[in-house]
Design a protein around this ligand. Structure first.
Ligand SMILES: Nc1ncnc2c1ncn2[C@@H]1O[C@H](COP(=O)(O)OP(=O)(O)OP(=O)(O)O)[C@@H](O)[C@H]1O
Length: 223
């Protein structure tokens, strides 16, 4: 199976049975091949976050199927979806969401421990990842002691700690100034390429989108 992610006929309407339903996704077909980095570009409000939530098994579509590594996730019980999410997916958001009371290294180690990885291996993986994004010397610092770009680089490491098959990112550099965004995005791409990861990355930034393997556009223009 060469497809890491496949969405088929995915539709989503918020508040379906209420007075003001919002149809966000309608019959979306989308795939990400193994090793492929795909940009998801759309106007604000077109449903990028909704689509990433559905692809990330955090939400379910009203209609359609979501398959991860060829396995249909639609209709699976929550427990199986959570297990698949933890084993196969990594997430990066616009804001880093690091745990403020823990160091950079601990933020990368803790999710691994929760997944049953031995402490020594988890620590070695954190060291290796931090080294790859040029932050080995900041391993013992807490998020508040790091710059925005550094915090986001730690968040990338955390997302990759469980060696996911697919990275889902929602505006991963959207909170950074243009220059830092550029540099940090380059690091993310290098990390993704080095690890042979597949990725679906939502961005408003057409320049960043142009550096990915393929661009998928979504939705209607702004009203
Ligand atoms: N829980 C909800 N209930 C009702 N409407 C919602 C809900 N969540 C999102 N929406 C609406 O669905 C649409 C798509 O939202 P979504 O967050 O997926 O867009 P987006 O493309 O990620 O936008 P942005 O780029 O501005 O973050 C928006 O019009 C939003 O207001």
């Amino acid at each position: 199976m060469n497809e890491v992610l496949r969405l088929h006929g995915v539709s989503k309407t918020y508040g379906k049975d209420g007075p003001a339903p919002v149809e966000v996704l309608s019959g979306i077909d989308l795939s990400v091949a193994r090793g492929e980095v795909v940009a998801l570009v759309a106007p604000s409000g077109a449903g990028k976050s909704t689509l990433l939530h559905i692809a990330g098994l955090l939400d379910t579509p009203d209609e359609g199927q979501v398959a991860l590594n060829g396995r249909d996730m639609t209709g699976l019980p929550d427990k199986a979806r959570t297990e698949a999410r933890r084993a196969e997916l990594g997430f990066v958001y616009q804001f880093h969401h690091l745990l403020p009371e823990f160091t950079a290294a601990e933020n990368i180690i803790l999710p691994q421990l929760a997944d049953g990885v031995a402490a020594r291996a988890a620590s070695a993986r954190a060291t290796d990842l931090l080294d790859r994004v040029g932050l080995a010397h900041r391993a013992a610092h807490r998020p508040a002691e790091l710059s925005g770009g550094e915090q986001q680089r730690v968040a990338f490491c955390r997302a990759l700690a469980n060696q996911p098959a697919l990275l889902l990112a929602d505006e991963p550099t959207g909170n950074l100034d243009p220059e830092t965004s550029d540099r940090v995005f380059d690091m993310l791409m290098a990390l993704v390429r080095e690890t042979g990861l597949s990725a679906l990355i939502a961005t408003h930034n057409h320049d960043l989108a142009g550096r990915m393997d393929r661009i998928i556009t979504l939705g209607r223009p702004l009203a």
